[in-house]
Design a protein around this ligand. Structure first.
Ligand SMILES: Cc1cc2nc3c(=O)[nH]c(=O)nc-3n(C[C@H](O)[C@H](O)[C@H](O)COP(=O)(O)OP(=O)(O)OC[C@H]3O[C@@H](n4cnc5c(N)ncnc54)[C@H](O)[C@@H]3O)c2cc1C
Length: 465
């Protein structure tokens, strides 16, 4: 019996389909480098529960077909691409929120639950899921856990890893590892879940997860503040953290080129909150601040008097708030520049300014006609560089990659702060991981997936020949 028939017999005909190069799965949200729809024919399989995931993995192992887990497909590094015929394992039918435990402040959900659906369910109980990302509408629990997503609340509550208490995962040979525990403290041996979190489907399939929750506070205060140099922006971050008693939930920094292009573009559908031309723009959000706008205003006035802020606007209405957030959420003018190369890197917070300068110098020297745009979750040391080469010369992409990764590596930063490695960032790993670290990754991969069937070719670089 061929694998297609075997899968249909197992799951039912309607839950198995042919998928050519991934295009049959629906539109891919735009990411760092879009890859086209040509490719080998794979099989899309949709199990309904963990037991069926186990049987799919056993079948795939028997037919020696790779298994590529698929969540909301919002990942930007080609993690769900299928260079060879594969079983695309979609967990979309595993979409049950199993329990919201208000006493323990936890939520247990299956891997196919959408992030936004989970957030809304939790909020209806007066609690907050600390994990939030821009792609919340499509991203899933399985994808978020498997990529260790960071996102908009990381400055206050950390990344996904900091908020997952337990997971259930299925190994390549079909073994179910049940680590669904609600324990904040648990030092009984290896904490294996942290191997799975962020492993992008290369070590196991995440089928269920328990997240810890936080108390919901009053709506935040939102402001856009202009600074005259990077040192002031960094001092502003520190002072705001201290003076708001740790309630700072966002500190998004845009360099002038980004704000001027985005907020003053004629086809941008929002009101520009501040004038163009300031060197830096910091979008800040303070939890619970809406109820005490007067207090926030006093803090901002003090920061202005001390010269850390040269101009600013505090949102007074939800429309103001939307306009301020649009400077980060609606970057459509960047997308209209033609081909762009986008990067998501991190360095220690105090080195962000130096990294930005080094990259700007490298781009000016090695891609003199290119335009560089810099912004990011600066409160987490996470910077995004967007390079618009301005013309279509072959080889520009690898020059841009080299500049950004070389400078990031030189400061002992990470070539991937949030988006993972997938397929597209594989070649860049040596900029950020030592040969010994890469060897350890290979050892772990071959221990957990000796046949190399789980999301092959992703995350773990082959040994150099
Ligand atoms: C507009 C936009 C904004 C974004 N903002 C952020 C952000 O702020 N922070 C951030 O960190 N990321 C962000 N991302 C990237 C992306 O949304 C995250 O990586 C997200 O966690 C991926 O979830 P997904 O369900 O779409 O996973 P997919 O894209 O479907 O898969 C991602 C990877 O996880 C694997 N995988 C999926 N499900 C499972 C599973 N159940 N078990 C094992 N492996 C699995 C896949 O094989 C793949 O390697 C953004 C993307 C977009 C398009």
């Amino acid at each position: 019996m061929k694998i297609r028939e075997a899968l249909s017999e197992l799951l039912g005909e309607r839950y198995v389909a042919e998928a050519s190069g991934g295009v049959d799965l629906g539109p891919v949200v735009h990411g760092e480098r879009l890859h086209g729809g040509s490719g080998p024919v794979s099989l899309l399989a949709k199990p309904a529960n963990t037991a069926e995931v186990v049987e799919v993995l056993k079948l795939a192992a028997r037919f020696r077909w790779p298994v590529v887990p698929v969540g909301g497909r919002t990942g930007t590094v080609g993690g769900t691409e299928t260079p060879t015929p594969s079983v695309l394992l979609s967990l979309e039918r595993m979409n049950r929120i199993e329990e919201i435990d208000c006493a323990a402040m936890t939520v247990t959900a299956e891997a196919g639950v959408g992030l936004q659906t989970l957030q809304e369910a939790v909020e209806s109980q007066g609690l907050v899921l600390p994990v939030d990302i821009g792609a919340r509408g499509s991203a899933t629990v399985g994808g978020v856990v498997s990529t260790n997503a960071g996102g908009l609340r990381a400055i206050r509550w950390g990344v996904t890893r900091d908020n997952v208490l337990g997971i259930e995962a299925v190994l390549a040979d079909g073994t179910v590892i049940d680590g669904l525990r609600k324990l904040l403290k648990d030092n009984a041996g290896y904490d294996w879940k942290h191997l799975m979190i962020g492993s992008e489907g290369t070590l196991g399939i995440v089928t269920r997860a328990i997240f810890k929750l936080q108390q919901r506070s009053a709506p935040p205060a939102t402001a856009l503040l202009a600074c005259s140099d990077f040192t002031s922006a960094l001092a502003l971050l520190r002072r705001l953290s201290a003076e708001t008693g740790g309630r700072l939930t966002s500190f998004e920094l845009s360099w002038r080129e980004v704000y001027d292009l985005v907020a003053h573009s004629p086809d941008w559908n929002h009101r520009a909150p501040l004038a163009a031309g300031y060197p830096f723009y910091a979008l800040v959000e303070i939890d619970g601040g809406d109820a005490m706008l007067g207090e926030v205003e006093t803090i901002l006035e003090r920061l202005m008097a001390d010269g850390l802020v040269v101009d600013g606007v505090l949102a007074r209405s939800s429309r103001d708030c939307d306009d301020i957030w649009a400077t980060r959420d609606d970057m459509s003018p960047l997308g209209r520049l033609g081909p762009i190369f986008a990067y998501d890197v991190s360095v220690p917070i105090d080195l962000m300014g130096e990294l930005a300068e080094r990259v700007a110098r490298g781009v000016a020297e090695e891609l003199p006609r290119a335009r560089l745009f810099t912004f990011g979750h600066a409160g987490d040391g996470n910077l995004h560089f967007v390079i618009a080469p301005g013309h279509g010369r072959a080889g520009d992409a690898s020059v841009a990659d080299h500049v950004v990764f070389r400078e990031t590596g030189a400061l002992r930063g990470s070539i991937s702060a949030e988006h993972g490695v997938g397929l597209h960032r594989l070649a860049a790993l040596p900029y950020t991981r030592t040969p010994e670290e890469l060897a350890l990754m290979r050892t772990l991969k071959s221990a957990l997936d000796p046949e190399g069937l789980l999301n092959p070719g992703k995350v773990v670089p082959p040994v150099a020949s």
